[in-house]
Design a protein around this ligand. Structure first.
Ligand code: NAD
Length: 486
């Protein structure tokens, strides 16, 4: 275990000040199953103050955010990115202890967080409206304006990355933020927010209200003082949050789950495909919305590909985050028991294990480990083929030709990502156009996180886009100005 930073991890950050709450929550480190910290348990009072502070910061009554030019905001974001880089090792250790993810993955997440601030810092003064050729005697333009107070509710699986994705884009566009991180992992978010103020962010521009979803989260989603809401989490909670926001006609971006296929055709580069298929499911112990959790493999190469997969999975090891093994623990005992009971019911339905990894001998007894596994013999239409498991579990189906591959790929209500592995250019395009998902990767998977690439789902995976310029635009609204001058 690494020492935690000396900072008020058990407080909320409201109006640029650390605020003590009446109640706190225990935070458990998933690698060891021991309490590592306390966090604030915010309720109505704290959420109310945070929305008020963000509103004042936006309107210029608190701090001076509203008077900052786009260029100045962009410069601040880039300076903040440099500060994250300077604090990289401490943030990485914090993320690793709090989420249990292997150190190398936590390291990548903190780098990605800094990249979001650099990318949106550079983009802040390149976002503009248009002029429209209308009737003679008129000049018509569109202005891109920030919404105002943006509420952001984020999950535990990638706290620092999702902080970067949501906060950087919202601030670059000139908004202020009230962020509700997840109760299971939010320590890196608290340190990032502290760092933002150390870098000179005006008071109230970023407010963090840790706590339970049904308390702080539900109060924030239903608050009449927010003007935009970004939610990342499960489809079920997303529905509740969207319903609450709809009462005040607040626009929402929903980043929900996925059941993304990796489709391997017989003409694919199998060496490249095997690496991406293994990485796509074990990253963050499979607790990734965009995990490639289904393998669809063409019959002709199924035997060859699956034998490589058996080889790779048999060599995978699970251990504590700081041991930097292939796979860390699941986030909590609850997630582990939900996954194990779903697997037990799948085995009762005839599903079998083709290959599995092992626990390292050094793995702590209290960690919430589930070994990576490959499942076969899955009955048609089984829930394992349609529903997210959120663990390091890859399910396999075989197909004969392109149309069967497409039918299998689209046989779920989710639609977040897909990987297509084939050397045939025509097939690459046909598949990319017909797969029902927000992103399609051809002969790669995930594009190393792709901060620049618009990301979001269709169907039960959600709506709206984050990342890239699309993500920045989604934090603005258009105002049309029509001037009649004769
Ligand atoms: P969750 O929906 O339980 O929680 C997400 C956030 O919502 C947390 O901060 C939680 O406290 C809060 N919350 C819970 N109940 C709430 C309520 N009633 N009102 C307001 N807020 C509430 O999801 P989770 O278990 O934290 O995360 C796992 C899910 O998130 C998976 O389905 C995964 O696929 C999805 N996810 C999606 C993305 C994406 O970008 N698409 C990224 C990460 C995770």
């Amino acid at each position: 275990m690494y020492p935690l930073p000396e900072m008020p991890l058990d407080k909320a950050l409201i109006g640029g000040e650390w605020v003590t709450t009446e109640l706190t929550l225990k935070v458990e480190g998933p690698s060891h199953g021991e309490t590592i910290s306390q966090i604030a348990r915010c309720g109505e009072r704290e959420v109310e103050s945070a929305v008020l502070a963000a509103n004042k910061a936006f309107s210029g009554q608190l701090g001076s955010w509203s008077s900052w030019s786009a260029r100045r905001r962009g410069k601040w974001l880039m300076d903040f990115a440099a500060a994250i880089d300077n604090d990289h090792n401490r943030l990485t250790a914090l993320e690793c202890a709090d989420t249990g993810k292997p150190m190398a993955q936590a390291d990548g997440d903190i780098s990605a967080c800094a990249r979001y601030f650099r990318f949106y810092g550079g983009a802040a003064d390149k976002l503009h409206g248009e002029t429209i050729p209308f009737e003679n005697g008129f000049s018509v333009m569109t202005l891109r304006e920030p919404y105002g107070v943006c509420a952001q509710i984020i999950p535990w699986n990638y706290p620092s990355q999702i902080f970067g994705r949501c906060v950087a884009a919202a601030l670059a566009a000139g908004n202020t933020v009230v962020l509700k991180p997840a109760e299971d992992a939010c320590l890196s978010v608290l340190r990032l927010a502290e760092l933002a103020y150390e870098c000179g962010l005006p008071a109230g521009v970023l407010n963090v209200v840790p706590g339970l979803g049904r308390e702080a989260g539900a109060t924030l989603a239903a608050h009449p003082g927010i003007q935009h809401l970004s939610f990342t989490g499960s489809p079920e909670t997303g529905t509740r949050v969207a319903q609450a926001a709809a009462r005040h006609h607040v626009p929402v971006t929903m980043e929900l789950g996925g059941k993304s296929p990796q489709i391997v055709f017989s003409d694919a580069d199998l060496d490249a495909a095997i690496d991406a298929v293994v990485r796509g499911i074990i990253q963050n112990a499979g607790q990734t919305c965009s995990a490639g959790s289904r393998l669809l493999v063409q019959e002709e190469v199924a035997e060859a590909f699956l034998s490589r997969l058996v080889d790779r999975f048999s060599n995978l090891r699970c251990d504590a985050g700081e041991a930097n093994a292939d796979c860390g623990p699941l986030i909590s005992a609850r997630q582990k028991s939900v996954l194990e009971s779903r697997l037990a019911s799948a085995f009762a339905d005839g599903v079998s294990v083709l290959a599995e990894g092992r626990l390292a001998e050094t793995a702590p007894a209290g960690g919430h480990f589930v070994v990576p596994q490959v499942l076969v013999d899955i009955p048609d239409g089984h829930e394992l083929l349609r529903e997210e498991l959120f663990g390091p579990v890859l399910v396999v189906q075989c197909f004969e030709g392109e149309s069967e591959a497409l039918a299998q790929a689209n046989a779920t209500d989710f639609g977040l990502c897909a990987g297509v592995w084939t050397a045939d250019g025509g097939r690459q395009l046909r598949m990319a156009k017909q797969i029902r998902s927000g992103q399609v990767f051809v002969n790669n998977y995930g594009a190393a996180g792709g901060i620049e690439l618009p990301f979001g789902g269709v169907g039960r995976s959600g709506h709206g886009r984050e990342k890239g310029f699309e993500g920045l635009r989604s934090f603005t609204r258009i105002k049309t100005v029509a001037i009649r001058h004769g």
